[in-house]
Design a protein around this ligand. Structure first.
Ligand code: SF4
Length: 314
């Protein structure tokens, strides 16, 4: 049977009664007036008991002074083991510490901040630089010996030389051709996005500007047919582009081709201004106008029938 199972669960009577000894020890360890009521006691083992006292300090709500005392076998003297301040079940505790690299959130970086990228960052993988040595300030300068990179270049040169239609001159310039091609593809970098890095970037962008967003669901058409979409380079161009409509909520952001908004270049047609009706010329009707103003300022003096008739027919 183990020692733990033989321990007495019942507190030793003499130790349990030695509350005053325990309180004196707590008051000696604490600031004056910081020890409150006796809260409880627990048996730690044979003739070993811990007494708990309230902590009255304002910054330690729910904490307790724990004083452990003990007694030797067949001895009546109580001896002090330790007096410490421990958190109780309702103690106010600081949150668990989290390393800064796990605390960092998108948008936390400010002007002048530097965010180091780990050498083993899964989002990145070594790129092809065409150089024998990675840049001196690159983290992979330490993990990738320069010989490795040189070997890779030599291997690619040899592969190019072995290919049929290539001439000796072309093969001799293989290294330059690779470098030129790499530059054209934007690969002359110490590290490039890994497959994992591409996937998580695509997921993130799709979540913000993808087909499942409310804006896209209510859009009259998708970005793929919009004139404001600027194509991207690389494999991500199959699913994403950049919106360049200043009135769109996605202006300057990477958008999924299946995203969309009301600013689509073709979906919404500008309303035309209303066209006024053409003027109507009534060439058949006759309007009567008096030649003289009315004498009494009110009613118009009627023309003699003969004159009116003459004017109407003239
Ligand atoms: S304007 Fe709207 S539909 Fe056009 S690319 Fe931008 S987000 Fe897509």
């Amino acid at each position: 049977m183990s020692a733990a199972t033989t321990r007495s669960r019942t507190p030793d009577r003499l130790c349990a009664e030695a509350v005053d000894i325990a309180r004196a020890a707590a008051e000696e360890a604490a600031a004056p007036g910081a020890v409150g009521e006796h809260v409880s006691l627990v048996s730690e083992g044979d003739r070993v008991v811990t007494h708990f006292f309230e902590c009255l300090e304002s910054g330690y709500r729910g904490w307790r002074w724990a004083v452990t005392i003990a007694r030797a076998s067949r001895a009546k003297n109580i001896t002090l083991d330790e007096a410490v301040l421990l958190p109780g079940p309702d103690a106010l505790l600081a949150p668990e510490w989290v390393p800064w690299s796990e605390r960092l959130r998108p948008g936390d970086m400010g002007p002048g901040d530097l965010l180091p990228t780990e050498a083993e960052d899964l989002r990145l993988e070594p790129g092809y630089t065409g150089e024998d040595m990675p840049p001196p300030n690159s983290v992979i300068a330490e993990v990738m010996p320069s010989d490795d990179l040189a070997e890779r270049v030599e291997a690619e040169d040899a592969e190019l030389t072995d290919r049929g239609p290539w001439t000796d001159a072309t093969a001799a310039n293989g290294r330059g051709a690779i470098a030129a091609l790499a530059e054209e593809l934007g690969m002359r970098r110490a590290r490039v996005l890994s497959r994992y890095g591409l996937h998580i970037a695509a997921d993130r962008w799709d979540e913000s500007y993808g087909a499942k967003t409310p804006m896209a669901q209510a859009a009259p058409a998708n970005c793929v047919s919009c004139g404001f979409l600027v194509p991207m380079a690389g494999s991500l161009r199959q699913a994403f582009g950049v919106c360049a409509n200043e009135f769109s909520p996605a202006d300057g952001h990477v958008v999924s081709l299946s995203y969309g908004c009301g600013g689509h270049s073709e979906a919404a047609v500008m309303p035309k201004p209303p066209t006024p009706p053409p003027p109507v010329f009534d060439s058949m009707g006759v309007d009567e106008f008096p030649l003289r103003p009315a004498r009494d300022g009110g009613s118009v003096e009627p023309e003699p029938d003969g004159e009116s008739e003459d004017l109407g027919h003239s």
